[in-house]
Structures are given as C-alpha cells and as structure tokens.
Design a protein around this ligand. Structure first.
Ligand code: HEC
Ligand code: HEC
Ligand code: HEC
Ligand code: HEC
Ligand code: HEC
Length: 316
C-alpha cells in the first residue's frame, strides 16, 4: 500500500525531527553554524611565530555568560564558510551593530584579541621528563593547517610516543595511563587529571594523567616514553650552535631512533574507529565515551577532505 502523507503531517514530522536534532544541543541555540562542534575543545592551539600560541577553544558555558553570549558566532565571523577557514577576514563590529559614534570610539580602543580571552582553556606547562620536551615546544604541530590544532589538543591526552613510536621496530605495543605528571593550565583544567586505575589518587588541577605506549617484552611492560636521553638532549642544545649540519643530523637521528617519520604517525582513524589501536574499554572509558570516541565525526573532515564546505552548517 502506498501511503501519501497529508501536507500537515509532513510538516509536523519535519518540525519534530528538526526539534529533535536541535534538542540534542539545545543549550547552544546561538550556535546554529555548528562552530562549537570543533571549537568546544580545550587545548585547540596553533603555535605562532616567534614563540607564541593562538588558542581556538571557546568554552560554551563561559561564552553564554559573556556579553555576546546570545549572538550567533556568524554574526561577527561572517566570512567563515568552510574548513579550513581560508581567508578569514577580521571581525567588523560596526557593520550591523555598534553604529553610534560613541560605540565606534569605544570599539576603536578595545583590544579585539581580548574578546574571547575568558572562554579559553589550555595547558601552559607539562613536565613528563621526556627528551622530546627538551627540544620541542609544548605544542609542536604547525605544518598541517587542518589538523594541527586537533593534534596539539591531544598533548593533554597522550604522550608524544603514543602517536610517534616506530611501530615497525616495536611490534608488541600496549597502551596504558601514566602516573600523574605535573601540569599547569590557563582557564579550566581538563583531561584526565589522575590515573583512573589508581583510585586512591586525588583529582588535582596540578596533575594530569595521559595515555602512553609500552612495549611488552617477556611479559614485562616497558614504558616507551623517552626519559633516557633527556640529559643528552640538554647537552645537545648547549652545544648545538657549534655543530656542523652533518653532526646535527647525525645526533638528531639518534634522538629519533625509535620515532617514525611524521608521515607514518598514527592518524585520527587509527584511534577513532572500531579498529582503534587503543582498547578504550580496557583503559577505563565508559561505554558512552567509547562510542563517542570511536564514531567521532570530526575526524572525517580532517582526514578526508582538503577543503570542506559545510552546505548545511553554514547556510545563512
Ligand atoms: C570542522 C571543525 C571546525 C568548525 C566546524 C569550525 N572551525 Fe573554526 N577553526 C577550526 C580549526 C581547526 C581552527 C584552527 C586553524 C589553524 O590551525 O590555523 C579554526 C580557527 C578559527 C578561527 C581563527 C582563524 C585564524 O586563523 O586565526 C576563527 C575566527 C574561527 N575558527 C571561527 C569559526 C566559526 C565562526 C565557525 C562556525 C561558523 C567555525 N570556526 C567552525 C575548526 C573548525
Ligand atoms: C561579538 C562578536 C563575536 C561573536 C559573537 C563571536 N566572536 Fe569569535 N572573535 C571575535 C573577535 C573580535 C575576535 C578576535 C579577532 C582578532 O583577533 O582580530 C574573535 C576571535 C575568534 C577566534 C580566534 C581565537 C581568538 O580568540 O582570537 C575563534 C576561534 C572564534 N572567535 C570563534 C568564535 C565562536 C565559535 C563563536 C560562537 C560561539 C564566536 N567566535 C562568536 C568576535 C566575535
Ligand atoms: C635534541 C633535540 C631533539 C630531541 C631530543 C627530539 N627532537 Fe624531534 N626534532 C628535533 C628537530 C631539530 C627536528 C627537525 C629536524 C628534523 O626533522 O630532523 C625534529 C623533528 C621531529 C619530528 C618530525 C620528523 C619528520 O618526519 O620530519 C618528529 C615527529 C619529532 N621530532 C618527534 C620527536 C619525539 C617524539 C621526540 C622524543 C622521543 C623527539 N622528537 C626528540 C629535535 C629533537
Ligand atoms: C594524536 C597523535 C599525536 C601526538 C600525541 C603527537 N603527535 Fe606529533 N604529529 C602527529 C601527526 C599525525 C603528525 C604529522 C602531521 C602532518 O604533517 O600531517 C605529527 C607531526 C609532528 C612533527 C612535525 C612538525 C609539524 O609541524 O607537523 C613534530 C616535530 C612532532 N609531531 C612532534 C611531536 C611531539 C614532540 C609530541 C609530544 C609533545 C607529539 N608530536 C605528539 C601526531 C601526533
Ligand atoms: C593515538 C590515538 C589517537 C589519535 C591518533 C587521535 N586521537 Fe583523538 N582522542 C584520543 C583519545 C584517547 C581521546 C580522549 C581523551 C580523553 O578524553 O581522555 C581523544 C579525543 C578526541 C576528541 C575529543 C572527543 C571528546 O568527546 O572528548 C576529538 C575531537 C579528537 N580526539 C579528534 C581527533 C582527530 C581529529 C585526530 C586526528 C588529527 C585524532 N583525534 C587522533 C586518541 C587519539
């Protein structure tokens, strides 16, 4: 039997479905552009020359409480239509709002960069004793425009070797939490701040636990986090300017002997999929969080497309 739905029923169902979709994130009515799908994450950071950083996290709750909390992101960011946001132009405060001369003067004196400053959280310091941290910045990823902020965000979840270990050289790898590492945050602390498997440890804003990689040899778990070369790395940095390019290359090769070329680093899909190298359940993630981590929909945007347009998300 062919069912022809009357016009009103179709409308009703559409509205029902729409309210269902919107209802999933009903607290972000102003974010109809879906910006917070990505920008909700603390630790989204890009390094900026010479040695600064730019933070892209926008805390939803804090944004809502801010003077502009009821305004859709796209009202100010009117030129963001695709990802990566190629050619984002500066925000123009006087196009539709702040039209009076008094307002214009106020805006001219206002430091626009400060607008979201209270809505951001990120790590400012992390002490894991690794050789990597001697030479590399806390947020070392800059070359891949689309993925760099997301990769840098993982510094708060994973040790460097978890993604970079040479998996040809070490065949039997397993993943587990580190004990607490000293950390400092700007904004709200985030991540897992104590080893979830040691229940006696207190949650503290000054510590963090991350997932690390271990090599299993003769039934024994050996941490891959490189703390063996930390002294040598310091010595290298002290002598670096007196070394010839060839010597530098040779010594750097030593420090990276267990590290894959960056192209072979673990990619989004190798963790965020059903075939994840991480056993989320065994690591102690809840069933819901495990599903979220496996079916993460952002990873498709980062891995599949060079430029991704959001016909739905960004329709105005
Ligand atoms: C698919 C993920 C994603 C979505 C959706 C998204 N962004 Fe972004 N956005 C990013 C990433 C990643 C960066 C950092 C890019 C980089 O590393 O240079 C960024 C950077 C920015 C920047 C700073 C640009 C710069 O170079 O300084 C602004 C402004 C911005 N986004 C606004 C928005 C707005 C407004 C929306 C919604 C209309 C939005 N974004 C939606 C991922 C996203
Ligand atoms: C009232 C206008 C306004 C609204 C609304 C607004 N922004 Fe912004 N946003 C700005 C200004 C101004 C800057 C700083 C631009 C600059 O540095 O030149 C900025 C910068 C950013 C940046 C770059 C990081 C930074 O802080 O410099 C991101 C990411 C961003 N906004 C995302 C968002 C998202 C997501 C929303 C919605 C939840 C949003 N913005 C809503 C005005 C606004
Ligand atoms: C003595 C300083 C030093 C130490 C220690 C060090 N790195 Fe590096 N690393 C560098 C320099 C300099 C470069 C860029 C030059 C190059 O590619 O050799 C680099 C490049 C890299 C690259 C990019 C390689 C590529 O394919 O282009 C990765 C990934 C990397 N390091 C990860 C690590 C990890 C993980 C550790 C810790 C086990 C570490 N590094 C320890 C100095 C160091
Ligand atoms: C979530 C996995 C992940 C983690 C954790 C991670 N990296 Fe990477 N890293 C990558 C990927 C993927 C690339 C290759 C990016 C590209 O160019 O496509 C990369 C590239 C690099 C590069 C090349 C430079 C650049 O701009 O891309 C360096 C250096 C590097 N990583 C160092 C580190 C260090 C040091 C740590 C620990 C502080 C670390 N990485 C943690 C995944 C990771
Ligand atoms: C080595 C494994 C690994 C790789 C590679 C990896 N991730 Fe993740 N990712 C994780 C883990 C583990 C978490 C959750 C950490 C936590 O909440 O404690 C996470 C969290 C996230 C989250 C936050 C999800 C949430 O609901 O809290 C996003 C978004 C994300 N990853 C995106 C990416 C993208 C995009 C890439 C590729 C550029 C990537 N990840 C690569 C392991 C990985």
């Amino acid at each position: 039997m062919k069912v022809i739905l009357p016009y009103r029923a179709v409308l009703f169902i559409s509205v029902l479905m729409l309210s269902f979709t919107l209802g999933q994130r009903n607290s972000v009515a102003m974010d109809e552009g879906g910006c917070l799908t990505c920008h909700q994450y603390p630790g989204l950071v890009r390094p900026e020359k010479p040695n600064g950083i730019k933070v892209f996290h926008i805390d939803e709750a804090r944004y809502l409480r801010s003077p502009h909390g009821k305004i859709d992101c796209r009202k100010c960011h009117s030129s963001v239509h695709k990802v990566p946001h190629v050619g984002v132009t500066a925000v123009n405060c006087n196009k539709e709002c702040h039209l009076t001369p008094k307002d214009k003067k106020l805006i001219a004196e206002y430091d626009l960069k400060a607008l979201h400053s209270k809505e951001k959280s990120y790590l400012t310091r992390l002490e894991d004793g690794s050789s990597c941290h001697e030479c590399h910045d806390l947020y070392p990823h800059r070359s891949n425009e689309l993925a760099r902020a997301f990769i840098n965000m993982h510094i708060g979840f994973l040790t460097c070797d978890t993604c970079h270990i040479n998996r040809e050289k070490f065949k039997t790898l397993t993943y587990d939490w580190t004990s607490s590492e000293a950390a400092r945050f700007s904004g709200k602390p985030y991540g897992t701040r104590f080893n979830p498997k040691i229940s006696a440890v207190k949650d503290s804003a000054h510590f963090i636990s991350r997932i690390a990689v271990f090599s299993v040899e003769n039934g024994e778990k050996r941490p891959m986090l490189n703390t063996r070369d930390t002294q040598k790395a310091r010595a290298y940095l002290a002598e670096e300017k007196n070394l010839t390019p060839d010597e530098k290359k040779k010594r750097l090769r030593y420090f990276h002997r267990d590290i894959h070329k960056k192209e072979i680093s673990v990619t989004c899909d190798e963790c965020h999929s059903k075939h994840s190298v991480l056993d989320f359940k065994q690591l102690g993630f809840s069933k819901k969080k495990t599903t979220d981590l496996i079916y993460l929909n952002i990873k498709g945007l980062v891995t599949k497309y060079k430029v991704f347009f959001f016909p739905e998300m960004f329709r105005r």
